[in-house]
Ligand binder design. Structure first.
Ligand code: NAD
Length: 480
């Protein structure tokens, strides 16, 4: 492992300074199961200091839009300049292949650059001989931002960019499984944002709970599991804090009978297996028409067989390990449950002998709706392919879920594809692609997959409160 990953001393960022903590916790490399670094465990005093700093920085930060834009642009550049360092830490703590880690760093940089240039949303409602009225957007103050382990830097930037552009300040906490990359990002950005604007804390899940209930938090931006999201919503409700929840998903991909399987197989495969299946919006179940079912299974099986599983630090690795022991156990359990209940693995189906949380890329046939692997979020490299006769039946099955994050429809006849897409209950449905993210396109879940939107102007709006200003030009007749 890269020397500056193991020898670095990782520190919190509070009020623009690097701060050490009295206690720390070990960070495991999922490819080796070894603790390779210690992350600081923020104390209650440090939590309060971070929110005090965020509160103190708010007033001048909110008033200087050009300083905010300049800082976001500089932050984007600093992240790009630190790309190799950030990527090697991401791979060591997260397990993802180094090329994917570099992409994640690049995405974080692109998102911050995008927000440095985005016009602040302005909505004029009325502008005529009677009145001028518009909705101003007021930043709310300190934001508590909490991210999961699968994309700490990407998802951090989805929060930092819009929240800070809008004039808020922030306390950001990554997952205890992947704390280091966000700490390094905090270090890299010190001096770019004024002290207190961006504070980075690490610790356990209890630190997240303390952030959501902190009296100085005015907005919670949370990305993580449904179960935690419900706790976060309850915590927000107690103090009527604003809240955005980006939660889990169980994305269906529906193939129509006119698809050219050879042409789309790679895209479906990587839509499901990117980051070893550990993506909220990865394809988690495929619905294929019976007429082409066998060919779909064969094509995906072939790709799964050829994917190289290994340590993400090795440049030739396609799929790394699962991120942590709990997730590894979950994937093993869901795969075994499917196989016990009649599903067949056309390839894979088993854990790979350790060390490391490695699992074989797995394609399942014979797993039906109602089974755990189809109904639950597996978040790992196990993909069930389900045959269907009737497209309405496939749509009904795709929608018969507590989740509603995203999904995709694959069709040569795009009119038919669009018509099916419109019927899916999801925050996003892609047609002939999957996980096509872009900073200007909003993203958010329906049903259990969350509330609120990230990205684009919608992302900025979510970090503001609306303020209607109404000015009469000519006094309305009603008052005469
Ligand atoms: P998780 O819910 O266990 O943890 C997420 C974060 O919440 C971590 O930082 C954790 O420390 C913190 N946390 C835990 N308990 C808390 C509490 N009571 N109050 C406040 N914070 C608390 O999720 P995870 O296992 O890290 O991430 C995987 C999940 O995230 C999957 O379900 C995945 O689908 C989802 N996810 C969703 C999106 C999206 O955009 N919709 C993106 C990525 C991941």
């Amino acid at each position: 492992m890269n020397k500056h990953v193991t020898e670095n001393k990782y520190s919190l960022t509070i009020n623009g300074e690097g701060v050490e903590a009295k206690s720390s916790f070990g960070v495991i490399n999922p490819a080796t199961e070894e603790v390779f670094a210690q992350a600081p465990e923020a104390s209650d005093q440090q939590l309060n200091a971070a929110f005090d700093a965020a509160e103190n920085a708010f007033d001048s930060w909110r008033k200087d839009e050009s300083a905010r834009r300049a800082a976001l642009a500089a932050a984007s550049e600093a992240i790009t300049n630190a790309s190799e360092r950030l990527a090697s830490v991401l791979t060591a703590e997260g397990g993802k292949p180094i090329a994917n880690a570099r992409t994640e760093v690049m995405v974080a940089s692109i998102w911050l650059k995008y927000y440095s240039e985005l016009d602040l949303p302005r909505e004029i409602i009325q502008d005529d001989e009677r009145a001028f009225s518009e909705i101003l957007r007021r930043p709310v103050g300190p934001v508590a931002a909490i991210t999961p382990w699968n994309y700490p830097l990407t998802l951090g930037s989805w929060k930092i960019g819009p929240a800070l552009l809008a004039g808020n300040t922030m306390v950001l906490k990554p997952s205890p499984y992947t704390p280091l990359s966000t700490l390094v990002m905090g270090e890299v950005l010190r001096g770019i944002f004024p002290p207190g604007v961006l504070n980075i804390l690490t610790g356990g899940d209890d630190l997240g709970a303390k952030m959501t209930s902190h009296p100085k938090t005015r907005k919670i931006s949370f990305t993580g599991s449904v179960a935690t999201g419900k706790h976060v919503a309850a915590s927000a409700a107690r103090d009527l804090k604003l809240v955005t929840l980006e939660l889990g998903g169980n994305d269906p991909a529906i193939l129509l009978d006119d698809v050219d399987i050879d042409a789309i197989a790679q895209n479906i495969f990587w839509g499901a297996f990117a980051n070893n299946g550990q993506v909220c919006s990865a394809i988690k179940r495929v619905y294929a028409p019976k007429s082409i079912y066998k060919d779909v299974v064969e094509a995906l099986t072939e790709l799964a067989k050829n994917a190289k599983v290994g340590n993400g630090a090795d440049e030739s690795t396609d799929l790394g390990p699962l991120n942590n022991a709990q997730q590894y156990e979950r994937v093993k359990e869901l795969s075994a449950d499917a196989l016990r209940n009649g599903a067949k693995a056309t390839t894979g189906g088993n854990p790979i002998d350790g060390p490391g949380y490695f699992f074989e890329p797995t394609i399942l046939t014979g797993a039906l709706d109602g089974s755990r692997i189809v109904d639950e979020e597996q978040f790992g490299p196990v993909l069930p392919i389900i045959p269907y006769d009737d497209i309405d039946d496939a749509i009904a099955k795709a929608n018969n879920s507590k989740y509603g994050l995203s999904g995709s429809v694959w069709a040569k006849d795009t009119e038919r594809g669009d018509a099916v897409a419109a019927q899916l209950e999801a925050g996003t449905t892609w047609v002939n692609c999957h996980m096509a993210f872009s900073p200007e396109i909003p993203f958010g879940g329906n049903k259990w997959s969350g509330t609120g939107l990230e990205n684009g102007v919608w992302g900025v709006q979510s970090f503001t409160e609306p303020h209607v200003v109404y000015r009469t030009v000519q006094e309305p007749a009603i008052y005469r």
